[in-house]
Ligand binder design. Structure first.
Ligand SMILES: [Zn+2]
Length: 221
């Protein structure tokens, strides 16, 4: 069990496609354990293996209903459209609005080797869409309708990290953000704190100025 260091935007590995897992062995199970530890340590609700530097099709998620470990997860059908506000452990200090399907069906193998077909909506759908994009080398800011600095940093981090990121591979994505209003105002600030991670009905939700997007929370994925 170990906490692994997170790959951040600008790291070229994040743009690569993850390989399928053919055999679930001790090493794969250990990676999944470490991924879960790393996700919880970072107050995230989802994590893909590429985010800890491993290009294998492995995802962990916990939307407040216990840990899920997904091997070779794929979306096999999509229905409808829905806006979701997302944040990413690999893109600290930012969040954005992404159009996702309203409902998806995902196939995957669990850590016991069982094939599972799962229909997902709401928070689980949002997490799985985001993490499966990671497996394809896609970060949410590349497909977001809007992408902006979160108004309040978790754990008191300074926002000057964006300057450092500007020297990375995708400076365009992060430059020119000055003056972009954080969507949702007070609600967004509330959502960025670790406390809001699993409570969509928390005090932040009442302050949300943009009701059509539903919960204003931006859990890190
Ligand atoms: Zn992410």
């Amino acid at each position: 069990m170990a906490i692994r260091s997170l790959r951040l935007i600008g790291d070229e590995l994040l743009a690569k496609k993850s390989r399928r897992v053919d055999k679930i062995d001790e090493r794969i199970l250990a990676i999944l354990e470490d991924m879960a530890d790393t996700m919880y340590e970072s107050n995230g609700i989802g994590l893909a293996a590429v985010q800890v530097g491993i290009l294998r099709s492995l995802i962990v998620a916990d939307i407040g209903e216990g840990i899920m470990k997904l091997i070779n997860a794929e979306i096999i059908s999509r229905e409808g459209e829905e806006s979701s506000i997302e944040a990413c452990l690999s893109v600290p200090g930012y969040q954005g609005v992404v159009i996702r399907p309203e409902k998806i069906v995902v196939s995957y193998t669990d850590e016991n080797g069982q094939s599972i077909v799962l229909e997902a909506q709401g928070p689980l759908k949002r997490v799985l869409c985001h993490e499966i994009d990671h497996l394809d080398g896609i970060l949410y800011n590349q497909i977001a309708e809007s992408f902006y600095e979160a108004t309040l940093q978790a754990e008191g981090e300074e926002l000057d990290e964006s300057e450092e990121l500007g020297e990375g591979e995708e400076p365009e994505d992060l430059e020119g953000l000055e003056g972009v209003e954080a969507h949702g105002g007070a609600g967004a600030a509330q959502a960025e704190s670790g406390e809001a991670v699993s409570s969509a009905d928390g005090p932040g939700a009442e302050n949300a100025s943009d009701g059509e997007l539903g919960s204003d929370s931006a859990e890190a994925l």
